[in-house]
Design a protein around this ligand. Sequence first.
Ligand code: PLP
Length: 406
Amino acid sequence: MRINTHLADMNKAYLFAEIAARVAEYSKEQPPHEIIRLGIGDVTLPLTPHVAKAFSDAALSMGTPEGFRGYPPYEGYDFLLDAIIRNDYAPLGVTIGRDEVFVSDGAKSDTGNIQELLSADARIAVTDPVYPVYVDSNAMVGRLGKRTATGYERLVTLPCTAENGFAPDLPEDAPDALYLCSPNNPTGMALTRKQLGHIVNWARAHGTLIVFDAAYKAYITDPDVPHSIFEIEGARECAVECCSFSKNAGFTGVRCAYTVIPRELTATADGRTIRLGDLWRRRSESRSNGVSYPVQCAAAASLDDIGRAEINALVSHYLANACIILDGLKQAGLTCYGGVNSPYVWLKTPDGMSSWDFFDMLLRKAQVVGTPGAGFGAAGEGYFRLTAFNSEENTRRAVERIISTI
Ligand SMILES: *Cc1c(COP(=O)(O)O)cnc(C)c1O
């Protein structure tokens, strides 16, 4: 057989595997303190009571003749589509139709799968540093060409650093698609209305698709940061938006997300005008049988009045931790970004240290694990990510230890 060599040639030194290996190596040496992990982007608080009850009630109903349901509708049950439209979009003044919302098992799947709508030789742009899924999913199918020292032959990378305020400088030679994540993982920085408006205008002028990852929209506290790209005029003609229940409602283990593809988003091929939403529907109907009923009931519960109040408390907990990290490290003299509209704090390593040297120093001197910025792309070198996904106590202890180390 002939295998997919693009897949075989993928970078194997996966960031979190390397971190785990270094932590395991150090753990053998009997460190003076227990290690505190502010590294991985997974939530730590349990599902809220209202959501857990809806989940379990729905599961039990599946065991009754009246309540049993087989295959769900491919795009999601109407009750969830309506709850999303009513709670996530109507309050923003954004009108979305049922036929524009597609429920799935995760924003990782959606942002990874969306490239299937593009031609095999489409040019792809990502911000750097970047959530690796956008790059990997395109690399695996051969769209990015050969791997180079810093990326891929055919990948356009747009650095986002302190120098440009973590907003990409847009190329004249426009790509077919640009992946954007705001609030951003890993930098924790969010695009303002004005910045996003500029990018939408550029995308419309060049016929570029924006894949907008809004997984962290629940963390937005700044009124000048849009919760949806569809708050921006013209975005319906150039953008899809991927949202998730993972980081707000704690669904990282439950699995539920959705993608919005507006009707106006079209492309011309062979003289025909084709809606991207129709392509996505066609693709999803062949690839998936949808998301289970109990999961969709739990997701809908997170959007009703009781659910929203509970979820706000979860997000507030993580934002309070981010604030502890941000305030503590700034007072200690570190230069920090993010942490205000996001559960991530992105710090500049002191004295020009490399990301991995700083990682080793924190691990060995403070017994704190974070994520080296260089692991998210070349422009992440010299930066370091700390996450708010922990208890308040551990967050405080970690910050104290970091301060006494640097
Ligand atoms: C966590 C995260 C997601 C969410 O993925 P799910 O598959 O829905 O859990 C999406 N995008 C980014 C950038 C993330 O960090």
